[in-house]
Design a protein around this ligand. Structure first.
Ligand SMILES: O=P(O)(O)OC[C@H]1O[C@](O)(COP(=O)(O)O)[C@@H](O)[C@@H]1O
Ligand SMILES: [Mg+2]
Ligand SMILES: [Mg+2]
Length: 350
């Protein structure tokens, strides 16, 4: 796909990928189904309040979050589109158990149909995330399609419904971005080869949880806040959009690091983000763009889920910045040897 011209239609790009590797034929159909569902969701989001109360509250989902109208609408559009593709099973944030679609189909999909739910109804960016895996369940192992490591993913993508609607995609050969041409109702290639800069000066974290963070995260953010006067030797900017896909989109385009660590709040020992349909697809896209994704100590793509809604601490972004955070987790941070500064009572230190 990297060799395709900017402006090429998504279907032409998928056809070219299949021509180069016939093994991608089913994957391409699933990506096309996700793209079709995303266009339907984008149309509704684009109408805003004219489409009704998109934030209207309904039932609780598997994670205890109250579902909003748009969460349910997106879940229905995506699962309906996937029913028409070679998909056997779907693990969705908005369904308690694995959904069985087409028995015997070769592929299975983990989806977060609507990411960034707190942004619904306030005209801010939200998204959808998907990871495509080979079907591997059996009567003895009913979750088998989803319990392998993220390295088994054949493709992954996320859609951002922002000022523009874009689809960031990997089929395992680099990361590309397509932008929705609203006039013709289809995606076109706009970024054939995403490359995340190795080093940057921007971090994203929900700082309202600072008092609950573990020592490595406290130490890292404290050193970011010290800026050029601290051990990291540079001034940082901070951004937090409340929507993983939007933060990921920014990191892909201009670098930086995103952190949703585990913390001391009840139920947050593994953070907030889900391994199968948030962390693993984002990690695949990041790695394919030269960036990194870890849980602090382990590469996200090596982690196996034991349940479909399992959470995982997630740190991703520019390779050097992720490596730097890993040093804090390993006790090898730049300040560790400089006890007078590191030992000071700091902004984040109690
Ligand atoms: O409200 P918090 O704790 O800052 O969490 C924000 C994070 O939660 C999420 O909204 C979780 O995703 P969902 O909206 O799909 O549940 C992420 O998009 C975002 O990064
Ligand atoms: Mg989400
Ligand atoms: Mg969601």
């Amino acid at each position: 796909m990297e060799s395709l011209e900017i402006g090429s239609r998504l279907d032409a790009c998928l056809a070219a990928a299949v021509a180069a590797d016939a093994g991608l034929a089913d994957v391409a159909k699933v990506v096309a189904a996700c793209a079709a569902a995303a266009i339907e969701v984008s149309t509704v989001i684009g109408r805003g309040a004219l489409a009704g109360d998109l934030a209207a509250q309904g039932e609780q989902n598997s994670d205890g979050d109250v579902q909003k109208f748009l969460d349910v609408f997106a879940h229905e559009r995506f699962t309906e589109a996937l029913r028409g593709a070679p998909v056997a099973e779907v693990a969705s944030e908005e369904a308690e158990g694995v959904m069985l679609l087409n028995a015997g189909a070769p592929l299975s999909v983990a989806i977060d149909p609507l990411d960034g739910s707190s942004n619904i109804g306030v005209n801010m960016a939200v998204g959808s995330i998907f990871g495509i895996r080979p079907t591997a369940s059996s009567p003895e192992n009913p979750l088998g399609s989803f319990t392998g490591p993220g390295t088994l993913q054949l493709a992954a993508g996320f859609v951002t419904y922002g000022p523009a609607t874009s689809l960031v995609l990997t089929l395992g050969q680099g990361t590309q971005t397509f932008t929705l041409d609203r006039a013709e109702g289809g995606f076109r290639l706009t970024h054939p080869r995403m490359e995340v800069v190795a080093s940057a000066k921007e971090y994203a974290i929900n700082a309202s949880n600072a008092r609950h963070w573990d020592p490595p995260v406290k130490a890292y953010i404290e050193d970011c806040l010290r800026g050029a006067e601290g051990p990291l030797d540079k001034d940082f900017n901070m951004r937090w959009l409340g929507s993983l896909v939007s933060d990921a989109q920014r990191v892909l385009l201009r670098g930086g690091v995103f952190l949703y660590p585990g913390d001391g709040r009840k139920g947050y020992a593994q953070g907030r983000l889900r391994l199968l349909y948030e962390a693993a697809p984002i990690a695949f896209l990041m790695e394919q763009a030269g960036a990194g994704a870890i849980d602090g100590e382990r590469r996200i793509l090596d982690i196996c889920a034991t349940g479909i809604h399992e959470r995982v601490p997630l740190i991703f972004g520019s390779a050097d910045e992720v490596a730097c955070v890993a040093k804090y987790y390993g006790g090898r941070n730049p300040a560790a040897g400089r006890s007078p500064l590191f030992g000071q009572r700091g902004l984040m230190r109690s």
